[in-house]
Design a protein. Structure first.
Length: 324
């Protein structure tokens, strides 16, 4: 089976970026090990602290963040980093060529029930002018990502990543510690009969999303003319992984409870990297009004509505927004 290095070289990835990716993955392997130890390593449960978004941090949020932060800041490849679990940007090496935004542990509420969790990352070039920890350096649209991906800590540990030359899936071979290509050039099926959305929030959505989901629920007798199935992992990494493997539509839409925050998911380290993977696999990613990758960020922790997955189904959903 093909090794990670070979795939990255075939995709024309520059050496320094390969080295950075390998460094980041060393951190993810460490997280994978800690996660698999579970209660034996005392890593489950919550801390007493909250992150900048007002979420109570899990022990694994804090541990994963620390592992990635330490390895990246010592690597020399990175000029600055930004994380869900850090209020501010952290300056790393002044000569580093890259910026990394990451969600150290996605779906952390699943950690206590031995269910799917993962790490999401997005890599961009560091601007020449950047000195120190100026967050403006990170405010680049998702189209500027040079690599994005996630590591899924499931029954097997998988890496799904794109460096702009297709989306590939890798499986961690724990016998020798390397990631091997197990699915090259993933293509998301254009049509689907599967959706993933937290239905308990339906009454808080805007009209178009409510109408769209009502039509899905109407099944073969409704305007969509087919029966849909619903799945919700409660971890974006798990839901997006399913979409990439077999198609589907995932949404965490605009929510009226807090219009300023526009839903739950964060642009820089959740929506953008997943949108990049999705588009590289022939899928689509939108807020309902704009392509996610075109958004000019205003804040490193900003939230955006997310609708992504099979292109045909995302387009069908967007028709409801056009009509409104
Ligand atoms: P995180 O654990 O990094 O804070 O992210 C959790 C997010 C995302 O992974 C998932 O899609 C969503 O929260 C689940 O939300 P619900 O609580 O509405 O199921
Ligand atoms: Mn969180
Ligand atoms: Mn997350
Ligand atoms: Mn997280």
């Amino acid at each position: 089976m093909k090794r990670l290095n070979t795939q990255l070289q075939e995709d024309g990835c520059p050496l320094e970026l390969i080295l950075l990716i390998r460094t980041l993955l060393a951190a993810c392997k460490e997280i994978s090990f800690r996660v698999s130890q579970g209660a034996l390593a005392g890593v489950l449960g919550s801390t007493l602290s909250e992150n900048v978004q007002g979420e109570r941090q899990k022990k694994l949020d804090v541990i994963s963040n620390q592992i990635i932060k330490d390895i990246l800041s010592e690597s020399g490849y990175v000029k600055a980093i930004s994380s869900e679990e850090e209020d501010d940007v952290i300056a790393c090496h002044p000569e580093g060529k890259y910026l990394v935004s990451f969600d150290p542990l996605d779906g952390s509420s699943n950690s206590d029930i031995n269910s799917l969790i993962g790490t999401i990352f997005s890599i961009m070039h560091a601007p020449q002018w950047l000195e120190g920890d100026d967050p403006k350096a990170f405010l680049q649209p998702g189209t500027q990502q040079v690599a994005a991906g996630y590591v899924l800590y499931g029954p097997s540990t998988m890496l799904v990543m794109s460096t702009g030359n297709g989306t590939h899936m890798y499986t961690l071979d724990k016998t020798h510690g390397g990631f091997l290509v197990t699915r090259e050039n993933v293509k998301v099926p254009e049509q689907t009969q599967e959706f993933a959305i937290n239905m308990s929030n339906q009454r808080h959505w805007q009209g178009p999303m409510q109408a769209y989901v009502n039509d899905l629920l109407a099944g073969s007798d409704g305007p969509r003319g087919k029966n849909y199935n619903m799945r919700w992992v409660a971890a974006m990494v798990g839901d997006i992984h399913r979409m990439l493997c077999r198609g589907g539509i995932f949404a965490y839409p605009f929510d009226y409870r807090d219009p300023g925050k526009a839903g739950k998911l964060r642009l820089m380290y959740e929506a953008n990297p997943m949108a990049f993977l999705m588009e590289q696999a022939g899928g689509k990613a939108s807020t309902g009004e704009h392509d996610i990758l075109d958004i000019m960020p205003e804040d490193i922790h900003q939230r955006v509505p997310v609708i992504m997955g099979s292109a045909g189904e995302v387009n069908a959903c967007l028709e409801y927004y056009k009509e409104s």
